[in-house]
Design a protein around this ligand. Structure first.
Ligand code: SF4
Length: 387
C-alpha cells in the first residue's frame, strides 16, 4: 500500500483476492499461451494437436470465456486426457496477480506480473449498469508525457494479443456470474497504436459473439496521436471510438508536455483524426489533461476552441490527478470553471471527467509499472451508442 493510499481507511487492499487466485506464472515458459489461440481455426488446430476431435475446441472456448474458468481442472466436461494434454502443451494464464486494490466507488485495479517479470495494471470501473475495463498495451510507454506515471521509465516491450486478452478475462472474473463487461477503454499503460498489431486481434475477440460480445461502439482506443497508425486504423478497422490526447492547444506547449509531438505536430494529428472521422463516421473525442499553470490559462482555452470549432468532436477535460514524485498540480476550481466557460461559449462540446478511482491511483495518469504506487487511466466520455 502506498503512503497515499494509507490515509484512506475505507479502501480495502486485497493481495490476490479469491476471484483471482488461479493464474500460475510459469516463468519464461515455452508453452503455448492459450489466449493467443482463441480464434476458431487456431483453437481447432490446438485441439487436434492434443489428440481430440475439433468440436472440443468450442467447449474449451466456452470454458475459458463464458464460464470464466480459472484452470483446466475446472473444465469438467472435457476428457481428463485432453485436460492433461492442455496442461502439458499450453498455459491458460501467463501473468500473476500481485496486487488487487478496491475503492469504495467500486473501482478495482489489479497489478499483474508478466512471465518475464514486467508489470502492468488494468482497472475495472463501475457506473450503474455500465461496467468498463481499462487495459494496458505495453510495459511502460515511450511517449514521455511529462505528467504521466506510465511513461516515467520508458517502454520495455509490447504486450502480446494473449496478454491483452488476459487482462480482459481476469477483470471479467471480478464480476458476479450474472454481470458482464459492457465497455472497454484502451488507455492503461502504453500507447495502444504503437502496438496496433497485437491490439486489433484482442479487440476482435472482445467484439466477437464467441468472445466478450462487446459492441465496437463501446470500445474506445485512446492515443497520444500517431498519424501513421491512425491512418492504418482508418484503413483496416475503423469501427472503434478514437480518443486523441491533445493536452495542449499549440505545438510549442505540446512539445513540452507530450515530447513525441516534436516529431509529429498537431496539424498532422488533426488531419489523420479527421480522416478517421470521415471513414468511421464516429464522432471524435479529444482529451485534455488540465495542469495547473501549465495549460489551464484562458488563452489556452481560446486556442483550443479555435482548433476544434469546425470539428464534430467532443472534448474531455481531465483536471490533473497528482502523481507522487511529479511536480504537477490540479488547477483551481475557478481556473477549471473559466476554462470550461470559454470553450462552451465558443460552441465546443465539453465534458469534465469525474475522477473515478483516484483514491487507488487508478485515475488518468496514475498507472505505473511498479507496485509502489502510481499510470494514466480513466473512463472517457464517448458518444453513447445503442449496440
Ligand atoms: S499519457 Fe499515455 S501516451 Fe502519455 S506517457 Fe502516459 S501512457 Fe504514454
Amino acid at each position: 500500500m502506498t503512503g497515499k493510499l494509507g490515509s484512506f481507511a475505507h479502501i480495502s487492499e486485497l493481495y490476490v483476492s479469491n476471484y483471482l487466485k488461479k493464474p500460475t506464472i510459469k516463468g519464461q515458459s515455452t508453452l503455448i499461451h492459450l489466449l493467443d489461440h482463441l480464434e476458431e481455426d487456431a483453437l481447432k488446430t490446438l485441439t487436434k494437436n492434443c489428440g481430440q476431435p475439433t468440436y472440443r475446441a468450442a467447449q474449451l472456448r466456452q470454458w475459458v470465456v463464458a464460464s470464466r474458468a480459472g484452470g483446466f481442472d475446472e473444465m469438467s466436461n472435457l476428457p481428463k486426457k485432453f485436460r492433461e494434454e492442455l496442461t502439458k502443451q499450453t498455459q491458460l494464464w501467463t501473468s500473476q496477480v500481485v496486487k488487487h486494490t478496491q475503492a469504495e466507488d467500486g473501482t478495482e485495479k489489479i497489478l499483474l506480473q508478466l512471465a518475464d517479470g514486467g508489470q502492468i495494471e488494468c482497472v475495472l470501473l463501475r457506473d450503474g449498469h455500465r461496467i468498463t475495463i481499462c487495459i494496458s498495451t505495453q510495459v511502460g510507454c515511450a511517449m514521455g508525457c511529462v505528467f504521466c506515471a506510465s511513461g516515467l521509465d520508458g517502454v520495455d516491450r509490447n504486450l502480446t494479443t494473449g496478454e491483452i486478452i488476459e487482462q480482459m478475462l481476469l477483470l471479467q472474473r471480478l464480476l458476479p456470474e450474472d454481470q458482464r463487461l459492457s465497455h472497454i477503454v484502451v488507455m492503461g499503460m502504453g500507447e495502444p497504436l504503437a502496438n496496433i498489431d497485437s491490439l486489433l486481434p484482442a479487440l476482435d475477440f472482445a467484439c466477437s459473439p464467441d468472445g466478450l460480445g462487446i459492441g465496437a461502439r463501446r470500445i474506445t482506443i485512446s492515443t497520444v496521436g500517431l498519424p501513421t497508425a491512425i491512418d492504418k486504423l482508418s484503413e483496416i478497422n475503423a469501427r472503434y471510438n478514437l480518443a486523441v490526447s491533445l493536452h495542449a492547444p499549440n505545438d510549442e506547449l505540446r512539445n513540452e508536455i507530450v515530447p513525441i509531438n516534436k516529431n509529429i505536430g498537431i496539424d498532422q494529428i488533426l488531419t489523420a483524426s479527421d480522416h478517421y472521422f470521415e471513414v468511421s463516421g464516429r464522432q471524435l473525442t479529444f482529451e485534455y489533461v488540465l495542469l495547473y499553470k501549465v495549460n489551464d490559462r484562458p488563452e489556452h482555452a481560446r486556442q483550443l476552441a479555435q482548433l476544434l470549432k469546425n470539428r464534430q468532436a467532443m472534448l474531455n477535460v481531465i483536471p490533473y490527478n497528482p502523481v507522487e514524485g511529479l511536480p504537477y498540480k490540479t488547477p483551481s476550481n475557478n481556473a477549471q470553471h473559466d476554462f470550461r466557460r470559454i470553450l462552451e461559449d465558443a460552441g465546443i462540446t465539453v465534458k469534465f471527467r469525474h475522477r473515478k478511482g483516484d483514491k487507488i491511483n487508478a485515475a488518468c495518469g496514475q498507472l505505473r509499472r511498479s507496485n509502489s504506487g502510481l499510470v494514466q487511466l480513466e473512463e472517457p466520455e464517448v458518444p453513447e451508442s445503442s449496440d
